[in-house]
Design a protein around this ligand. Structure first.
Ligand code: ADP
Ligand code: MG
Length: 598
């Protein structure tokens, strides 16, 4: 056996395999270098998914001829002044990207160092360096990478089609653009502009929001909640979309750690945890979170492409993200996304197309951030509101509506099809799906009550016997203590039946037979081995279905207004337990547009 040193070009190609997996990784490394060089304008042009050409030009500090020669050498970097791998302030630090790219492609770097009047160029072809030689360039650095992976045909075979590789490049650049809002980015692919983000102005938060709006879309910026949290030297800021603005994949969820875009499973898990109550399992919110942690709390040197990080205390980070998101969602109260009314308008307008402007945003996120919410009303009071169905109407239907600032959901005017409540607001109308809204209110109230004093119950005048069959009756009776905590008191009544003595007060008059049968069915399908509280959503949904405000029930004006007020006071009431909206708001301006008055 002979041990030999691998030639430099082979070592570089091995490194290239780790650092440069695909064209998008080359783009990432080159653009990160431009950011590290202090560039304020970065232009990227790619052809054929980056396979035939990647060109990155910046207006950063540039390099002298000597620096150019060093830059393409392995492990040559200007960025790790203290040799301390735990204190990494720049995006690059390994000194591997340029030699790696140069070893598998035909690369040319032109650069002009700041405050010098001569530019130089160096070329690397399959690892062989030529230059530096004088060149013409007015400022900054321009890197051109042609025929990526021509020197490693095996890797070339692993690449996907041009369109897929281009999409990856777009994604990479979008992440970097979100991380550095004050830098202008331009990306063209095969001559087509794919990203054109001008340098955002203002303080960091404003700059970020306008950059996010450019990259993730205006809809996101208009329907995002401000996130701000601090814990043990860590800081979390950013924006999280309302649950009603959701997608089929988690691709629009972004995390930045100390300014670096990262992909981390921790984010997906934390987001799922925080939104669990508001979204169906297969729907995902949009968000961009920026985490600032002390250098020593995170290791970015775990992955050659630096796309992953390792937190020293992942639990702490996860806890902070979940906590901050939940807090923001709770503070959002009944707010549903403007996309809901946009969708409504779209549906109502036969000629509508993608080019139509969205309706005016109802709230600016920053204005919404620390909006104090009305403290939740006492259980008894709320229950009373629902239980006074036949009280004489206190609000004459033609009374002027209360100013919108106090009652954003307006004054109830009518109920249609015994299902929808129509309310008038200061500047529009609100349509409430009474069943969806009530289901949500029941859920939120029950959650709260269980956490505090337990759910308020009301005794039935005559206990009701429900015949079920032996298995189902036994399963229900087994759960009797848990059900009692949720306000439903029942016990076995001979074989195959239960007797119900008390029901949750908040449900008002209730169809006991239907509710108990449905609950029994649910217990059968769900099986055992879990606490009912874990399935509170399901249980509440079932209860709400049989409560007084189900679809198809006529409501008095008082009941309708009680429902609206309760929605305003209840966190998360803008969507039902499955992320569907509980109400839609149409502004007068939008309605006028519908009728061509504007
Ligand atoms: P790293 O970024 O890890 O230091 P690279 O191989 O990506 O390693 O780059 C090597 C060095 O080349 C950098 O440390 C930097 O000094 C210099 N460099 C690379 N790109 C640029 C650029 N666009 N502008 C100025 N200097 C650059
Ligand atoms: Mg680099």
């Amino acid at each position: 056996m002979t041990i030999r040193r691998l030639p430099e070009t082979v070592v570089n190609r091995i490194a290239a395999g780790e650092v440069i997996e695909r064209p998008a990784s080359a783009v990432k490394e080159l653009v990160e270098n431009s950011v590290d060089a202090g560039a304020t304008h970065i232009e990227v042009a790619v052809r054929d998914g980056g396979k035939s050409l990647i060109a990155v030009a910046d207006d950063g500090c540039g390099m002298t001829a000597d620096e150019l020669a060093l830059a393409v050498e392995r492990h040559a970097t200007s960025k790790l002044p203290s040799d301390d791998l735990l204190a990494i302030a720049s995006l690059g630090f390994r000194g591997e990207a340029l030699p790696s790219i140069g070893s598998v492609s035909r690369m040319a770097i032109m650069s002009r160092a700041e405050s010098t009047d001569a530019a130089f160029q160096i070329q690397v072809e399959g690892g062989t360096v030529t230059g530096p030689a004088p060149a013409a360039l007015s400022r900054g650095t321009r890197v051109e990478v042609r025929d990526l992976f021509y020197a490693t045909p095996a890797r070339l075979k692993f690449l996907r089609g041009n369109r897929a590789e281009t999409d990856q490049i777009v994604d990479t650049l979008e992440r970097l653009a979100m991380a550095f809002p004050t830098v202008a980015f331009l990306l063209t692919a095969d001559g087509r502009v794919r990203l054109d983000a001008r340098a955002a102005q203002g303080d960091l938060l404003d700059a970020r929001l306008s950059r996010l709006s450019e990259v993730m879309g205006r809809e996101f910026a208009e329907n995002a909640l401000v996130i701000a949290a601090e814990r043990e030297g860590m800081r979390l800021t950013g924006y999280a979309g309302l649950p009603t603005l959701n997608r089929a994949s988690a691709r629009q969820q972004f995390l930045f750690v100390n300014g670096r875009p990262v992909r981390d499973k921790l984010l997906a898990g934390a987001v799922r945890g925080a939104y669990a109550d508001f979204l169906a399992r297969d729907r995902h919110p949009l968000l961009a979170l920026y985490l600032e942690v002390p250098d020593r709390a995170v290791d970015v040197n775990v992955h050659p492409a630096k796309a992953e990080v390792r937190f020293r205390d992942p639990g702490l980070v996860r806890g902070m993200i979940v906590g901050a998101l939940k807090h923001a969602l709770a503070a959002a109260g009944h707010r549903a996304s403007t996309s809901v009314s946009a969708a409504a308008l779209g549906a109502a307008r036969p000629e509508s197309g993608p080019g139509l402007p969205l309706p005016q945003a109802q709230f600016r996120p920053s204005a919404y951030a620390y909006r104090p919410t009305t403290p939740p009303r006492g259980m008894a009071e709320a229950a009373a509101a629902f239980q006074a169905p036949y009280a004489p109407s206190a609000t004459a239907p033609d009374e002027p509506p209360v100013p919108p600032s106090e009652q954003p959901l307006g004054t109830a005017r009518a109920q249609l099809h015994a299902t929808y409540v129509i309310a008038q607001t200061g500047d529009g109308i609100v349509i409430v799906d009474q069943h969806a809204a009530h289901e949500r209110l029941v859920y939120e109230r029950m959650k709260r009550d269980i956490a505090d004093q337990g759910v308020l119950r009301q005794g039935l005048l005559l206990p009701e016997v429900v015949e079920l069959g032996e298995g189902a009756a036994a399963r229900l009776a087994e759960r009797a203590p848990e059900l009692a905590e949720m306000g439903l008191v029942l016990e076995a009544f001979g074989p195959g039946a239960v007797v119900v003595r008390e029901t949750p007060a908040m449900l008002g008059e209730i169809d006991v037979q239907g509710l108990v049968r449905d609950l029994a069915d649910e217990l059968t399908t769900l099986g055992g081995g879990f606490a009912l509280k874990e399935r509170l959503e399901t249980v509440c949904g079932t209860m709400a279905c049989h409560g007084s405000v189900r679809a198809g029930r006529r409501l008095t004006v008082d009941e309708m207004n009680a429902l609206l007020r309760e929605m305003e006071a209840t966190p998360h009431s803008g969507q039902c337990n499955h992320g569907r909206p509980t109400y839609v708001e149409l502004k007068l301006a939008d309605i006028e547009r519908l009728f061509g008055r504007r």
